[in-house]
Design a protein around this ligand. Structure first.
Ligand code: HAM
Length: 420
């Protein structure tokens, strides 16, 4: 029969790599606890409508990249392409947004986008992200960029740059869009097909187009920063002051526009020098209209998310070989022959209450059991033979010093001896 392969753009996470995933998740929970964020888990599929309204009809994600299907009950559902719209939906649905209360949530899990697979770009990928909902204050923007920065350092990454911009708000953006259209109109015929479409609906997305021809045409485009209204300008200045106070270095990037429609005011990305074309390890920004867009009251928010596959690629580029060392057993219980099997099972079960213990599962010879123990990096091998069992002892070999001792079984069971 022909072999079945994983779908294009997906990947299996196999040992020993899965160890790094467990370690990233462990460090995430630990860091988020210290920063006062609580975990939220939302479904992997939602109504299509949520992303059409939340992420935006004009975004590439909704136009081209969603896995949308009709279920047996004729519902239009989409595999989630990102987490923020779901978090906003859940917060509204469960009445989590109370006046005067600031919600701090984080999440991690798979996301799905029908994009062209490349290094660092997949159709199923994994994000970790955090959201602060219920505050319009610039200090909330700094909290989000701060927790992301602390998380990146916690993973051991270097060579990172924070790029910061403000994309304005529904009050000042229409005037900017007009200025941008005026700039782009004479160049329209040289833009790619997608950008020609974007020109009317969403001209700011043209600034983010990766097609080289379009990139050449946008050189010298007006900056969002020159069109900010009073409120957005003050907010942007305050965010910068907060970041400086928190000791986070950043670069202003007036060309930074994000691929999702919900952003208002602050937009940011973090890039890693070693990642080539897909150099954004994460990004985010403020979304003051999103909660209303998904049916809630007015509740401003700000958040970030990061692609975990890209984090691992960046760690590799930084030369960090191992996030977590392999787990080595403390003991390997070897048997001289099958008569010792039941005692070995009893002993290994008892040892596993105190540490990591292994035994042979294949009926291998004593010699090959020692080889297995060596391969696993076991600290000690406990050899059980029928005669020793009768005498209530076992031979314990220290694999580092090669020293062997006879140890009473009782001590091995209770952990009552140094040699055990
Ligand atoms: P995003 O920029 O679309 O933002 O995605 C965030 C990160 O997810 C990217 O910087 C990248 O590391 C990773 N990522 C995105 N697409 C892929 C892909 N196809 N393959 C691998 N990694 C990918 C958001 O998703 C927003 N929800 C961020 C946010 C949270 N804004 C406010 N709160």
């Amino acid at each position: 029969m022909a072999k079945i392969q994983a779908p294009r753009g997906t990947h299996d996470i196999l040992p020993p790599e899965s160890r790094h995933w467990i370690e990233m998740e462990r460090r995430t929970h630990e860091l988020m606890r210290r920063w006062g964020f609580e975990e939220i888990r939302t479904p992997m599929f939602e109504s299509e409508e949520l992303f059409v309204r939340g992420v935006g009809q004009g975004s590439d994600i909704v136009r081209k990249e969603m896995y949308t299907f009709t279920d047996k009950g004729d519902r239009r559902l989409s595999l989630r392409p990102e987490g923020t719209a779901s978090v906003a939906r859940a917060a509204v649905e469960h009445g989590m947004l109370q006046p005067g209360r600031v919600l701090k949530l984080y999440y991690q899990g798979p996301m799905f986008r029908y994009d062209r697979p490349a290094a660092g770009r997949y159709r199923q990928f994994h994000q970790m992200g955090a959201e602060v909902i219920g505050s319009a204050a610039p200090v909330a923007d700094a909290e989000i960029i701060g927790v992301f920065w602390a998380w990146l350092l916690e993973m051991g990454l270097q060579g990172l740059t924070v790029r910061l911009n403000s994309v304005g708000c529904p009050v000042c953006r229409p005037a900017y869009r007009e200025r941008l259209r005026d700039f782009l109109r004479p160049k329209l015929e040289w833009l790619c097909g997608d950008c020609k479409e974007r020109f009317e609906k969403n001209p700011m997305r043209i600034l983010d187009c990766k097609v080289p021809g379009c990139q050449a045409e946008i050189v010298g485009a007006p900056s969002t920063l020159d069109s900010l209204g009073e409120e957005c300008r003050t907010h942007f200045e305050e965010v910068q002051a907060c970041l400086q106070a928190a000791g986070i270095r950043f670069e202003i990037d007036p060309g930074l526009v994000r691929g999702l429609d919900y952003y208002t005011k602050t937009a940011f990305e973090v890039h890693h020098a070693g990642l080539g074309a897909q150099s954004a390890v994460g990004g985010g920004g403020r979304y003051d209209g999103l909660v209303e867009e998904v049916g809630g009251g007015s509740s401003p928010g700000v958040g970030f998310s990061t692609g975990l596959e890209r984090i691992l690629l960046a760690l590799e580029a930084d030369g960090v070989a191992e996030l977590a060392p392999p787990a080595r057993p403390d003991w390997f219980v070897a048997t001289v022959n099958s008569d010792a099997r039941d005692e070995a099972l009893r002993l290994v079960t008892a040892l596993r209450r105190r540490g990591a213990a292994e035994m042979d599962l294949s009926g291998a010879s004593l010699k090959s059991q020692f080889k297995q123990a060596d391969r696993l990096g076991a600290a000690k091998v406990i050899v059980l033979g029928p005669r020793e069992i009768e005498r209530g002892v076992a031979m314990v070999r220290d694999m580092a010093t090669h020293q062997e001792n006879e140890v009473p079984l009782k001590e091995l069971y209770t952990g009552g001896s140094e040699s055990a």
